[in-house]
Design a protein around this ligand. Structure first.
Ligand SMILES: [Fe+2]
Ligand SMILES: [Fe+2]
Length: 310
């Protein structure tokens, strides 16, 4: 790392700290503000829920799908933020006796991620108050975190940057003018994105810093581990798409035949793969950072693995 890179990295950590202080929000005072969810509204915008993929459903049923997906959104974020926070705390070790600004940036990152998990637990409970009983999310965040953290730091940071960049895209989707979209859920996207923007910058700084310490062989192995992590995420999405499709069928108020049930399950999976894998993998900045660290052949390996998840 030359002197100029070093100055700009320090400066970027400092900017993250300053922005984190400026945008800091409170779950009740800023996001929830005494409001409740209303089932007259969609919780996720059509561009995320992929409403058009649910071809056999009425507009009201598509709205119910967006509400189920909104609850799952809260649960998936609660899940990924468990391992992201643990990795950030681990990485902070590298800065304990070094750059104290970088350390402060990571401590704030961790604190925000703990707050986000608390927010998403609240959202899950609040959605549970207004939707019919029977919803299930049976994936254990600690079990997932142990499995993810068993992979190399390089692979975990690749997945983390992917996730934290797609929250930006999700926010942009949610601000599209749609009068049926829940104002409360819009605020969840808005406030989450405000703090995630700094996280994505810090992921990149930490990833590039860590990458510089790896040998070519270690990095090549890490590329495979990143592919394994994406496959593990897909396994979670497949299980939840199945659970959410079953919940929809049991609570939608009409009989759903086997063929339609299968189509609904496929549409849930398509939406979840879009939300949690492809919207990040296709993010231009993710592609730019990733390709700056890997060879063309390694990039092709990643692309062909992603192509199997359509
Ligand atoms: Fe977060
Ligand atoms: Fe984050």
């Amino acid at each position: 790392m030359n002197a100029i890179d070093k100055i700009s990295a320090t400066d970027r950590y400092a900017r993250c700290v300053a922005t984190s202080k400026r945008v800091r929000w409170d779950i009740d005072a800023d996001v929830i503000r005494g409001r409740r969810f209303d089932t007259a509204h969609k919780f996720l915008p059509d561009g995320l829920s992929l409403a058009d993929a649910f071809t056999s459903l009425s507009p009201e049923e598509k709205r119910f799908v967006s509400q189920i997906q909104g609850r799952t959104y809260a649960n998936i974020f609660g899940l990924v933020e468990r391992f992201i926070n643990a990795k950030v705390l681990e990485l902070s070790h590298d800065h304990w006796f070094g750059d104290q600004v970088a350390l402060e940036a990571l401590v704030r990152f961790s604190d925000e991620e703990l707050k986000h998990q608390a927010l998403f637990r609240r959202i899950d409970a609040m959605v549970g108050e207004v939707l019919p009983p029977g919803y299930r999310f049976d994936i254990d965040p600690n079990g997932v975190a142990h499995a993810v953290l068993g992979k190399s730091t390089w692979a975990v940071l690749a997945l983390t940057l992917d996730i934290e960049l797609f929250t930006q895209l999700h926010y942009r989707q949610s601000i599209d003018p749609d009068k049926d979209l829940s104002e409360l859920f819009k605020d969840v996207f808005l406030y989450h994105w405000r703090e995630e923007s700094q996280h994505a910058i810090l992921d990149e700084l930490e990833w590039v810093r860590h990458d510089a310490e790896l040998t070519a062989e270690q990095r090549d192995r890490a590329v495979d581990e990143f592919i394994e992590l994406v496959a593990a995420v897909d396994g979670i999405l497949q299980a939840q798409a199945k659970a959410d499709a079953a919940y929809f069928s049991s609570a939608c108020g009409r009989a759903i035949g086997a063929a339609e049930a299968q189509a609904i399950g496929a549409a849930f999976l398509k939406a979840y793969r879009w939300q949690y894998i492809h919207s990040g993998a296709q993010h231009p900045h993710f592609g730019k950072v990733l390709s700056s660290l890997i060879t063309e052949k390694q990039g092709e390996r990643i692309q062909s693995a992603l192509a199997t998840l359509q």
